[in-house]
Design a protein around this ligand. Structure first.
Ligand SMILES: *Cc1c(COP(=O)(O)O)cnc(C)c1O
Length: 427
């Protein structure tokens, strides 16, 4: 990819960007370049308006909203699933917007982890988000297993990247289930989900993915790849608001399996209100819902999904590859050597990276504080990563150019030295 260093060039890239108009559809933070949308996406006017609509329906309809709202609340989780399906290459009935990320992991692993005979292990990796590993250990314990024995963690060769070859090598006869992230939360590495699914299935292993760091910025082909199940949160690239409802995907070939964590919202809608004592699961992914749809945490997602459909995930990915490439170029060219010593943890190959860039520095924590003081919002992940997410819908090439100037100025002025090494509560 070809880039230039100058400010003019950044402005030229913005002029050619078909997504520039979307920036105005978000509430930006005043005097701030928000590079943390991979942790909590900004609020859009679109998300706000669907939330306000549902609040108004609650106000005016009370319980009648379940059947009488503009988008009836009773089928809302499935309706949002249909809206989201094209983003991840799923059939509309394979997706439902429900629960939370870690809760959905539990619901899916409780269903698809079926330890039997010598096949009792779960394959994961040491770089996944800790919550996923805690949940997997708990699931093994619930089945009477020993997590130290039955949870196999693929090791990283360099602490940043997991090689697909190493994952495949670990897919032995004793593995029942593999669970991996799509994109690593630190380095931004994107795994080859299609290949890993094929390799797992050839070895009789079921496979699921945590797509929290890829949905909304990377296109997926979950059905075509044949992924058994997946889940993700909707508050990062999906801009659904803090703690918004999560999503879960179940491949059609598993429709009719008994959900491991059954609850009445997973019941077939036709018989749900007969209030039988026997669970009659829906014949779609809807069966994996547990309780009542969390309407106020789901409503913003509707506006967000409609906006994404309009912008096009292909356009979003194209800009994302270009703008992350541009950020890495600026770091290499301006900030790589002495006295700056910034590095890049993210893979250079576009097909191997998601939407954020992990910038390394031995003083990463203090630099993060200095950037915040300058009106740039990144985040820090131990031990030495400054995460910068140039969100395609609301970050411009000029913003990225400015962020590189800020990174440089912090070191030029020794500004980070004014901050303590003490890490308080982290975001
Ligand atoms: C953000 C994130 C989560 C968050 O889990 P919650 O249950 O929503 O708190 C889980 N897994 C990964 C990989 C994430 O990036």
């Amino acid at each position: 990819m070809y880039f230039e260093l100058g400010e003019e060039y950044a402005l030229k890239l913005d002029e050619a960007d078909p997504l520039t108009e979307y920036k105005e559809r978000f509430y930006g933070l005043p005097d701030c370049i928000y590079m943390d949308g991979n942790s909590l996406g900004l609020m859009s006017y679109d998300a706000e308006s669907t939330l306000l609509r549902v609040m108004d329906e609650w106000k005016k309809l009370g319980i009648k909203g379940w059947g009488g709202a503009e988008v009836p609340w009773i089928g809302y989780a499935e309706r949002l699933g249909e809206l989201q399906a094209p983003l991840v290459g799923a059939y509309p009935d394979e997706l439902v917007v429900t629960g939370g990320t870690t809760v959905n992991l539990h619901a899916l692993v409780a269903t698809f982890y079926r330890p039997e005979g010598g096949r009792r292990r779960i394959l994961a990796d040491e770089l996944n988000f800790p919550s996923d590993l805690y949940a997997l250990r708990a699931q093994i314990r619930l089945r009477g297993g020993d997590p130290d024995e039955d949870l196999v963690l693929v090791k990283s060769r360099d602490g940043l990247i997991i090689e697909e070859d190493d994952v495949v090598d670990a897919m032995g006869d004793e593995v029942a289930l593999a669970l991996l992230p799509s994109v690593y939360y630190r380095s931004g590495q994107l795994l080859d989900m299609g290949r890993l699914t094929k390799e797992a299935h050839e070895r009789g292993i079921l496979i699921g993915f945590d797509c929290s760091h890829s949905v909304g910025v990377v296109p997926h082909y979950l059905s075509e790849w044949g992924v058994d199940f997946a889940f993700w949160c909707n508050y990062k690239y999906l801009n659904g608001g803090p703690g918004s409802t999560g999503s879960l995907y179940v491949n059609r070939r598993h429709f009719g399996s008994m959900p491991g964590l059954a609850g009445w919202f997973g019941n077939d809608r036709g018989t749900m209100f007969e209030m039988r004592t026997e669970f009659d699961p829906a014949r779609t992914a809807a069966a994996w819902q547990i309780g009542t749809t969390t309407m106020l945490s789901s409503a913003p997602i509707e506006g967000s999904l409609r906006m994404m459909a309009e912008a096009g995930i292909g356009n979003i990915r194209e800009k994302s590859i270009q703008i992350t490439g541009y950020l890495m170029f600026l770091i290499d060219e301006l900030l790589g050597g002495e006295p700056y010593n910034y590095g890049v943890a993210t893979p250079r190959e576009p097909e191997r990276r998601g939407g954020h860039v992990g910038v390394t520095h031995e003083d990463a924590w203090r630099i993060t504080q200095a950037l915040i003081a300058r009106g740039v919002v990144p985040d820090f992940r131990p031990p030495n990563i400054i995460r910068l997410a140039p969100i395609p819908l609301y970050i411009s090439f000029h913003d990225v150019w400015k962020v590189a100037r800020h990174l440089k100025a912090v070191i030029d002025g020794g500004e980070h030295e004014a901050f303590s090494d003490d890490r308080g509560t982290v975001t």
